[in-house]
Design a protein around this ligand. Sequence first.
Ligand code: HEC
Length: 130
Amino acid sequence: MKLRPTFYHAFFIIVFAALIASCGGSEEPIQLTIPESTPVAKKGSDIPEEVKKLLTMHTCLGCHKMDKKLIGPTFKDIAARGYTAEEMVQLMQVPQPENWPDYPPMASMSFVAKGDLLAIAEWITEIPVE
Ligand code: HEC
């Protein structure tokens, strides 16, 4: 017996549909790779961009570095003192040179906006100390 062309078409469409459906079902599961945590963020020896901007603008970096002693103590040494951010702002505005007998006295930083000093101080309190 002879099939009419429209039957042929319908037959092929059904076969195709079945093929496509079976392909879709056998897809490989998507592999999720968890990125390794960035060691830089953990080490804490890098200064975030927005803080660096303030430290540069207000010349702090001329005397203070993250972990290299310059004219002033390192930010790590200051962090190790365990001040609160508020206490630190106070010390920036009214330095107490007796806190650092091995260093020359720091000039008052009260010409710097308090908000900027506070942002710097808050960052210092977050520096991990060993
Ligand atoms: C001309 C050099 C110099 C500059 C510029 C400078 N410092 Fe200092 N800083 C020092 C020295 C020296 C000390 C230690 C002696 C002292 O505290 O008087 C010190 C101490 C500190 C302390 C510790 C205070 C304490 O009593 O423990 C903080 C906090 C500090 N500086 C923050 C800053 C910030 C923030 C800036 C920028 C706005 C800045 N310093 C700019 C030299 C400097």
